[in-house]
Design a protein around this ligand. Structure first.
Ligand SMILES: NC(=O)c1ccc[n+]([C@@H]2O[C@H](COP(=O)([O-])OP(=O)(O)OC[C@H]3O[C@@H](n4cnc5c(N)ncnc54)[C@H](O)[C@@H]3O)[C@@H](O)[C@H]2O)c1
Length: 338
């Protein structure tokens, strides 16, 4: 909905995730899509056609400079492949735009620091799409922990194992190269790192193991196990894969009063307490609510200065944990986190 209180956005990168942003923007009051940009113009046109079907006019271009030169565009969404984030975000900030950047924020902590530094120097806003913590199942788990239901949380076991798929986003695209993605932990598990941080706080140390068992067309691991020690004394383990035949996206969070079990695929959350209390907690289907929520938060930050639900610092911390895990995989050592 365009109007004085709706933020006019440029979308840079109109693939899978850019398309998802465009879909959710259609029903947002706080922001609307004004320009869609993709090197492959047909992708931008597809986004514009979808918006047109909902009665919204969206201009298309294949030229990033065209978006950045548009004075009507105050902010952009960057949904290009991981290895381009630093460069595209720099250009957008330097053109005076506020930026919502998809995860992973960048391929290295040094790049994240440079991006945050540039946004501060230029007085521009920079948010990172660590959306998992907002997905209804994960938001429910976080609320239960924050409400003290399981007492002091001290352990987490998180599984993010996708069914082995040679189709869709995991077909051999830019995602098949570590130089483009950073690796499985950057491309996927910055989400789980962020979720864990949102429950336990900062991480003290990380160790990890990884291998490629089934994907010779990839130059990085298809299965990885990470263990984490949190500064609050808590312990965590993450198993992540794109090679399992039966997928699993579930987790168990344990505290001194009880445990919470969630299953993302089944959209369920339940807890059992040491006193015997048990509850299946109702969870609304996410259905794009989480992406809407992050975009609405970004818009309210840009328009009204309201603090964002996830920050660039959160994005940087998630990349830091991925980078530390790879350092552990490379050296066989436990890596301390600053
Ligand atoms: N938040 C999430 O849950 C989530 C889910 C999927 C993807 N992502 C992230 O979103 C980003 C994009 O992933 P995707 O699956 O949409 O990839 P994709 O390959 O489907 O789309 C990327 C698009 O960017 C375009 N592009 C590349 N460089 C460009 C440039 N300089 N200017 C304009 N367009 C450019 C490509 O032509 C392509 O259409 C990645 O960083 C990925 O990690 C996040």
């Amino acid at each position: 909905m365009s109007g004085t209180t709706s933020l006019a956005l440029g979308l840079i990168g109109c693939g899978t995730m850019g398309g998802s942003h465009a879909t959710q923007l259609v029903s947002l009051a706080d922001a609307h899509l004004a320009v869609a940009c993709d090197l492959d113009l047909s992708k931008a046109e597809a986004v514009a056609a979808q918006a047109a079907a909902a009665g919204r006019a969206v201009r298309v271009t294949a030229d990033l400079a065209d978006v950045l030169a548009d004075p009507g565009i105050k902010a952009v969404i960057v949904a290009t492949p991981n290895f381009t984030h630093r460069e595209v975000v720099f250009q957008a900030l330097e053109a005076g735009k506020d930026v919502f950047c998809e995860k992973p924020m960048a391929l290295t902590v040094a790049d994240c620091d440079a991006m945050i530094g540039r946004s501060h120097d230029l007085g521009r806003k920079l948010m990172v799409g660590q959306v998992l913590r907002l997905i209804t199942v994960f938001a429910t788990v976080r609320r239960l922990v924050a409400d003290g239901v399981i007492g002091r949380p001290f352990a987490a076991r998180i599984v993010r194992c996708a069914r082995r798929s040679l189709e869709g986003p995991w077909a051999s695209t830019w995602r098949s190269k570590r130089a483009n993605t950073g690796g499985l932990l950057h491309e996927v598990n910055v989400h789980e790192f962020d979720f864990l941080r949102s429950i336990f706080g900062e991480v003290e140390s990380v160790s990890a193991m990884a291998a490629n068992f089934t994907r010779p067309e990839y130059d990085y691991e298809d299965h990885v196990i990470v263990t984490l020690r949190f500064r609050n004394g808590g312990l965590g383990v993450l198993e992540s894969s794109v090679a399992t035949v039966i997928g699993a996206t579930d987790g168990l969070i344990t505290g001194d009063r009880g445990s919470i079990a969630y299953d993302w695929a089944r959209n369920t959350v339940r807890y059992r307490l040491v006193d015997g209390t048990e509850e299946d907690v109702p969870v609304e289907r996410d259905q794009g609510r989480s992406v809407q929520g992050e975009l609405a938060s970004f818009a309210r930050w840009v328009l009204h200065g309201e603090a964002p639900v996830v920050t660039a610092e959160d994005g940087r911390r998630a990349v830091q944990l991925a980078e530390a895990a790879y350092a552990s995989i490379g050296t066989g050592r436990v890596i301390q986190i600053d």
